[in-house]
Design a protein around this ligand. Structure first.
Ligand code: C2O
Ligand code: CU
Ligand code: CU
Length: 517
């Protein structure tokens, strides 16, 4: 039974009720009791892009529960996955976490993912940061109903880096991510492999999220009504990899830490409590050309920053805290801990971080087709108190005339956060940061301008921006104008750009852009 008509696309095949679900029962961790586990059904296949993809994975979104706090288990939504074909290390489960398994793939690999929606509402998976054809991008118009399966076929075209996946149904992305649906998608390639960076147990993902629990240990979402919608959801408790009071045991040697802000709206200003600088080696779209030293890094929702950190010279038993430093970001006026690093054993493995990490084929603004008149996107709240882009809200399949671009063009886009001034209510508008994300590509951040009214808030976290390298999400502060340089390559079709404050996104601060041949 074909449940959805997208048959003109060769990339897709559609699978009937419950298809592929049977494999998954093997990988339910002990700490997770499923509330709605899939039952077996018949499978209908359509056309495939690759006869035999190198990696084939069954992924499903389920409702279950997991132990987060002492006492009662917490009801969560989560991704489960299983490798059907290809290297078993293509998936790595984070122990004791509601987070989805980490995809571990090689650049160039062909991938097929059978995504089965076992939730009680519609969903669809988006591969955040990856350069994939539109049929594999997880646009909300492709959302599937409970019980349906969507098949993604794509080639990993992106360079080594830390990408991620999460749901993208319209108006429900915020709650679905909040209840636990998110996972990392790690790409490796030969260039990175030659660097001999810390790997295996020394290459660690750290997904940072804030959550709010009720007295029954259950997740609370949207309890502040309008306030949550306008500001974005803010929790009162930081989880790392799905755990509270996260402690990372380490040895005296170098590590690669992949920091990901998986929060709905919270902006972090991250630093070591003892003031040790951070050595940044990668951003959203992979390695930087050279490592960069920062006193702190500013990590907006959806962004990734990788740091190389050497615990040589630290004593066994020593503790080091990664903290959120006070800034003008909403609800961030005080220092609070993110996680504790506990030096547990001597290893005294020393390794030098290479001075040159990568050669980036960066583009030049002078080559942009619209270098004299950048495409402008005004970010503001309208009179109805909706977040908008150029005064518009989301329309499922529409694009305005100024949202059509040409395949192969290099363009300058300018995000303009108009409600300048300090943070909070300002002159009839609400001044908030907007992390602006563009689907389907990585861009360069080429210029920032801050208004005098916005300057003092901006100054509290701007030193933590890592604008070098490749990005798919950029923080645009109140009163700020940010220019990015992007190229529309390989694929035509309807992609999204939006604020990655998930409540803003769900409220409609999202639009399509159309890539035309
Ligand atoms: Cu991670 Cu459209 O988003
Ligand atoms: Cu995305
Ligand atoms: Cu926003």
């Amino acid at each position: 039974m074909v449940l959805k008509q997208i048959s003109r696309h060769d990339f897709l095949r559609l699978v009937g009720l419950g298809g592929g679900a049977l494999f998954l029962s093997a990988c339910v961790p002990d700490n997770l009791k499923s509330a709605a586990f899939p039952t077996a059904g018949t499978q209908t296949t359509g056309t495939e892009l690759y006869g035999t993809p190198e990696v084939e994975i069954a992924l499903s979104a389920i409702e279950g529960e997991t132990q987060i706090l002492p006492g009662k288990a917490t009801r969560v939504w989560r991704y489960l996955a299983e490798v059907l074909n290809g290297p078993t290390e293509s998936l790595k489960v984070i122990p004791d976490s509601y987070l989805g398994p980490i995809f571990n793939v090689q650049k160039g690999q062909t991938i097929r993912v059978h995504f089965t929606n076992e939730l009680s509402e519609e969903s669809i998976v988006h591969w955040h940061g990856l350069h994939v054809p539109i049929e594999a991008d997880g646009h909300p118009r492709f959302a599937i109903k409970p019980g349906e399966t969507y098949v993604y076929d794509f080639t990993v075209l992106d360079r080594a880096g830390t990408y991620w996946y999460h749901p993208h149904p319209h108006r429900r992305t915020g709650p679905q991510v909040y209840y636990g649906l998110a996972g990392l998608f790690v790409v490796s390639d030969d260039e990175e492999g030659a660097l001999d960076l810390p790997s295996g147990d020394y290459d660690l993902p750290l997904v940072i999220q804030d959550r709010l629990f009720d007295e029954d240990n259950q997740l609370v979402y949207g309890g502040r009504g309008m306030m949550d919608q306008m500001m974005g959801f803010l929790g009162n408790r930081v989880l790392v990899n799905g755990q509270p009071d996260f402690t990372l045991p380490v040895a005296t040697r170098p590590y690669r830490l992949r920091l990901h802000n998986g929060s709905n709206s919270r902006v972090y200003k991250l630093g070591w409590e003892d003031g040790t600088p951070l050595t940044v080696i990668a951003t959203d779209g992979g390695l930087l050309e050279r490592p960069i030293q920062k006193d702190y890094v500013t990590l907006a929702p959806a962004q990734r920053i990788e740091v190389w950190v050497d615990f040589n010279g630290r004593a066994v038993g020593e503790q080091l805290r990664l903290v959120n430093l006070p800034s003008a970001a909403p609800d961030s006026g005080v220092l609070y801990p993110i996680m504790t690093v506990q030096v547990e054993r001597e290893e005294n493995v020393s390794a030098q971080l290479p001075e040159l990490l990568s050669t980036l084929s960066l583009r030049s603004e002078a080559d942009a087709v619209n270098r004299r008149s950048p495409r402008e996107f005004r970010l503001a709240m309208d009179r109805g108190m909706n977040w908008t882009i150029n005064g518009r809200t989301f329309e499922m399949t529409a694009t305005a005339r100024d949202e059509v671009v040409k395949l192969g063009d290099l363009e300058v886009w300018q995000f303009n956060n108009q409600d300048g001034g300090g943070m909070g209510m300002m002159g009839g508008g609400m001044a908030l940061p907007h992390p602006m994300h563009v689907h389907g590509l990585q861009y360069q951040i080429i210029e920032r301008k801050i208004s005098s009214a916005g300057r003092s808030a901006w100054d509290t976290l701007s030193d933590g921006f890592v604008d070098e390298g490749w990005h798919d999400t950029v923080l645009v502060m109140p009163g700020e104008q940010v220019k990015v340089l992007l190229k529309f390559e390989d694929f035509t079709g309807l992609y999204l750009y939006h604020c990655h404050n998930l409540e803003h996104e769900d409220m409609g601060m999202m639009r399509n852009y159309l890539v035309e041949a």
